[in-house]
Write a protein that binds this ligand. Structure first.
Ligand code: ATP
Ligand code: MG
Length: 506
């Protein structure tokens, strides 16, 4: 491609979808075949790919394109990737950059991380890994860009999410969010799953003086115990088996910014000790290293487990608990603030309609009554999913009880007391998972309607089989177990869909 030349394209792979908002990727590389691979890999309606063939061209394009993520080669004629990264960081510290390097040049990748790159990819790259890294980065970019208002908004601006609620307990939450935004104190956010802990963490960040610096979220429960310490603090080469290169951790990468430690209860004692030290003195060492490093990072932590119990059971350090617990925001379960339901329903009906580009629907009084009676084990997330699903299945302009699951619709009719306590049928997922799946199915139908050629059931079946094989490194026994089918059934599907082992491309 000639220097400065641009290309723009879109089409269909739900693999990197992040919901309604379109994500903009800027690819910077002077090699045409890398460009071609990216066009194939990120061929999706949710992704707008723009390209630049030099560092200089990228710097000129960024203010115009306003990308969510830049993926850039290190070795380029003119300004190289590291120089361009430095210039990008200076102009916009929140713009995420992933660097690409060839094998054998990992030292450059490490330099890139120290300069604040979000991640790096080694060429030739593994497609599933590339997609996963891009998906993570786009999520992190969204967290930073999509501002969260600490005002209880109803009509929120585009790219602004409101924390909705007028109940006494939510008023208390708003006050604390405001106070925490004005300070640099560590905060602990507690509450059941789906109550809005992450939303509150982002509201604190967006309203704080660090809002122009990065925000990185780490889900401590999603990372294997033995890797978490290295994820957070990095490691030196050779510090443990498999540590073939030095690695820069999230604390170093996020210097100047805010780190959100989600599910903080799931940490080894060694990691807890390091977190305590970084909170107290701003210093830490990489795993296997002995040079103390200093960072200035604000920590916001969250947990849906009662940490007091973990402290009593000696699984969580008491001194760390007190250090985190200086200011605590507790989000009560939705069933304890039912007066917010009407407002939340109104907010989600408008928000989801706007996201899907369809007119907003109304809900019938009977449905609202059922919502107010139901016990919402999955809290606000469950309510949002129920509305998303109902919007798709409802035929007219009003959501009716027939658009809800039997359990929720039944809550409105049931006599007080026994509401929503029906046991889950054996072999079926719990209420939260069931409603998540219903929402997922609704989203799939949304796509299917847009693309009449898509045969949705076989497509989903195939995607599940591929995903299970990937997750188990092609172990068919484990994959079949994950899918809840026999191995013979799995084999038949593999044959039927002509599924082959994962391949990587250069
Ligand atoms: N008060 C609220 N107003 C508007 N939306 C909300 C509110 N609370 C939660 N949500 C929405 O509900 C969903 C779940 O919220 P969030 O991810 O913050 O929950 P969480 O407490 O972190 O859950 P988990 O413990 O499962 O991670 C999100 O889509 C969020 O935007
Ligand atoms: Mg969360």
């Amino acid at each position: 491609m000639a220097p400065g030349e641009q290309s723009r394209l879109t089409a269909c792979d739900p693999g990197v979808s992040l919901g309604a908002a379109m994500s903009k990727l800027l690819l910077v590389d002077d090699e045409a075949d890398v460009l071609y691979s990216f066009q194939r890999i990120f061929d999706s309606p949710d992704i707008e790919l723009t390209t630049a063939s030099s560092g200089e061209a990228a710097l000129a394009e960024i203010p115009r394109v306003k990308p969510d993520l830049v993926i850039m080669d290190v070795r380029m004629g003119g300004m190289n990737g590291l120089e361009t990264l430095r210039a990008i960081r200076k102009a916009d510290p929140k713009l995420l950059v992933i660097l690409m390097t060839a094998y054998g040049t990992t030292q450059t990748a490490i330099e890139a991380m120290k300069l604040g790159a979000y991640d790096y990819l080694l060429k030739p790259f593994d497609v599933p890994k590339l997609k996963a890294i891009v998906q993570n980065a786009l999520r992190a970019a969204r967290d930073m860009r999509q501002t969260v208002s600490d005002k209880p908004l109803l009509e929120s601006e585009d790219y602004e999410q409101g924390i909705v609620g007028r109940s006494e307990s939510m008023q208390q939450v708003f006050k604390l969010v405001g106070q925490l935004a004005a300070s640099d104190a560590t905060a602990l956010i507690t509450g059941e799953s789906g109550t809005g802990k992450e939303l509150v963490a982002r509201a604190i960040y967006h309203n704080s003086h660090r809002s122009q610096q990065p925000f990185l979220a780490v889900n401590c429960a999603a990372i294997p115990e033995q890797l978490l310490e290295s994820e957070l603090f990095g490691h030196e080469r050779g510090s443990f088996t498999g540590a073939t290169h030095q690695r820069i951790g999230k604390f170093e990468q996020c210097n100047g910014g805010t780190i959100f430690l989600d599910e903080i209860g799931d940490m080894t004692p060694a990691t807890q000790t390091k977190i305590l030290r970084v909170l107290q003195s701003g210093t830490f060492e990489r795993v296997g290293g002995n040079t103390p490093l200093r960072v200035d990072v604000r920590v916001i932590a969250a947990t849906n487990k009662p940490l007091e119990q973990a402290v009593a059971a000696r699984q969580f350090r008491e001194d760390l608990f007190y250090r985190l617990n200086v200011v605590r925001i507790h989000l009560p379960p939705l069933r304890e603030r039912k007066s917010d339901i009407r407002l939340l329903v109104d907010y989600f009906l408008k928000k989801l309609a706007r996201e899907q580009g369809v007119p907003a629907k109304a809900i019938s009084a009977v449905v609202l009554r059922a919502f107010e009676k139901y016990h919402w084990p999955g809290n606000v997330r469950e309510l949002e999913n129920v509305i998303r699903r109902a919007m798709v299945v409802s035929k007219g302009d009003t959501i009716l009880p027939s658009d809800l699951s039997v359990e929720i619709a039944g809550a409105g009719e049931a006599a007080s007391g026994a509401v929503g306590t029906a046991p889950t049928p054996a072999g079926m997922a719990g209420a939260g998972a069931a409603s998540d799946m219903a929402a997922l199915a609704a989203q799939l139908f949304h796509w299917a309607r847009k693309d009449p050629k898509l045969r949705v059931l076989p497509a989903v079946e195939r995607a599940l089989v591929v995903e299970a094989l990937k997750a188990t490194q092609d172990n068919q026994v484990q994959a079949a177990r994950l899918l809840g089918v026999t191995r013979a059934t799995l084999r038949k599907r593999i044959e039927k869909f002509g599924i082959q082992r994962q391949t990587s491309i250069t």
